[in-house]
Design a protein around this ligand. Structure first.
Ligand code: HAM
Length: 421
């Protein structure tokens, strides 16, 4: 019996991987322009990191983590997201002491969540994300949001919607939390058991509940916007001001709460508004997490970031029918006729590759016609043909496949010729 891939995971095969590489390259260049440096943290961490960081009342921690005991009986978890690990690393390596502040980091790697697989939702998916830690100025919030928008724009996406909300500071959140408890408490028995636990621990999560989302009390729940104190409102206004200066359009949504506990002040999501896009329209999510460093045992270090999955980005490109400019052509395919010619072609192909050219040759000892077919399939720009006649003359025939022309060139001049054309 053959063994298949686990549910919710996928193989990315040649033919598709080029799109991933292209996107990753564009993201890398963008981060360099914005001065974000790459960080790679482990794919598993101590389970406690996510319990404390992401929050133990969130769906992610309660239902979606791949946790296991290792042989030393430690509880470890495959990372469900990147922020907790990055902030852990920031604290552990005392990056708060570095001369350059804020510390601006990006990452690109697999995350794991035990979710119900469907279009756009995987159990292993790749997040590209950035985190800027050490500034609580709204201009960095605007910078982070602009980076996400710019990435989508560079890849050609147009049908995007940026949605913003402010979750306020601790004081605003406490006031709002009390209002929520008072609102839901009298009828909490009409809600699911998760929501009943959430009521005292984290009533904001009730607004996010997938089971109870149609309950009338959710629609008319006290809005956080009415509980923002002056400072939080001023922060949010300033962020909007900066976004307007950059010409970035946004919509305000007081119900945007996000599914992770570490957020305060800015919360945002970027959605696809393309008609061809599936049910899950969120492409990117992020926000500010001013207390996370302290929650993880570090000093006060306000941060903001976002993450987006490459899987959903690819779906958005497909929905908007965008073809990425991927070129895969071969510089030269070598065709050999006869054993002696093959010896020479082995050598020439190797030399061409050493010269930095994209070169290939037949390794199945096929007839000349079949070798030409392969050259065509590989979109070779030039085909260099070597047979007995050419060998005696010390020359090789080079065909320009785009123009249909050909010329005979001395073998020792071939590399220079190929490099020049
Ligand atoms: P998140 O909203 O949980 O936030 O995930 C961010 C993005 O990851 C989503 O918008 C989506 O593109 C992608 N994503 C999440 N789950 C899946 C899945 N099962 N399959 C495919 N794609 C998925 C975070 O993870 C935060 N760490 C973002 C952040 C960074 N906040 C501040 N800094």
């Amino acid at each position: 019996m053959s063994i298949n891939i686990p549910r919710g995971t996928q193989d990315i095969l040649p033919g598709t991987i080029e799109k991933w590489q292209y996107i990753e390259q564009v993201a890398k260049e963008l981060c360099e322009q914005y001065q974000y440096k790459e960080i790679r943290t482990p794919m598993f961490e101590h389970t406690e990191l996510f319990e404390r960081g992401v929050g133990d009342t969130t769906d992610i921690v309660q239902k979606e983590m791949y946790s296991f005991q290792d042989r030393g009986e430690r509880s470890l978890t495959l990372r469900p997201e990147g922020t907790a690990g990055v902030v852990r690393s920031f604290v552990q390596h005392k990056m708060f002491g570095q001369a350059n502040q804020p510390v601006k980091l990006y990452y690109n790697g697999p995350m794991f969540r035990y979710e119900r697989p469907q279009a756009g939702r995987y159990r292993q998916f790749v997040q590209f994300g950035v985190e800027a830690i050490g500034s609580d100025d709204p201009s960095i919030d605007a910078e982070v949001i602009s980076l996400a928008m710019e990435l989508y724009k560079r890849l050609g996406l147009k049908e995007l919607k940026l949605v913003l909300n402010s979750l306020g500071d601790t004081e605003s959140r406490i006031a709002h939390k009390e209002a929520l408890i008072a609102h839901f408490k009298p009828r909490i028995n009409e809600f699911c058991s998760d929501c009943q636990t959430r009521l005292t621990k984290n009533p904001l999560r009730i607004l996010d509940c997938k089971k109870d989302r149609d309950h009338e009390l959710i629609a008319n729940a006290p809005s956080l916007a009415d509980y923002l104190n002056e400072e939080s409102s001023a922060y949010f206004k300033k962020l909007q001001h900066y976004l307007s200066l950059m010409g970035i359009d946004y919509e305000l949504d007081p119900n945007l709460v996000r599914g992770l506990d570490y957020y305060n002040h800015t919360a945002f999501e970027i959605m696809s508004s393309s008609e061809g896009f599936g049910a899950i329209t969120t492409l990117c999510g992020g926000g500010r997490y001013n207390g996370l460093s302290e929650d993880l045992g570090g000093p006060s270090a306000p941060g903001i970031g976002f993450a987006l999955s490459i899987e959903r980005l690819l779906s958005a490109l497909e929905a908007e029918k965008i073809e990425l400019p991927i070129t895969q052509s071969l510089d030269c395919y070598f065709v050999a006729m006869g054993d002696e010619a093959k010896d020479k072609v082995v050598q020439l192909t190797y030399q061409a590759r050493q010269q930095g050219l994209r070169a290939d040759m037949d390794t199945l000892n096929r007839k000349m016609k079949a070798q030409f077919k392969t050259a065509d399939r590989l979109q070779a720009k030039y085909v260099a043909v070597l047979g007995d006649n050419e060998l005696t003359e010390g020359s090789i025939v080079v065909k320009n496949m785009n123009e249909g022309t050909q010329e005979s060139i001395k073998i020792e001049k071939l590399m220079a010729y190929l490099k020049q054309v």
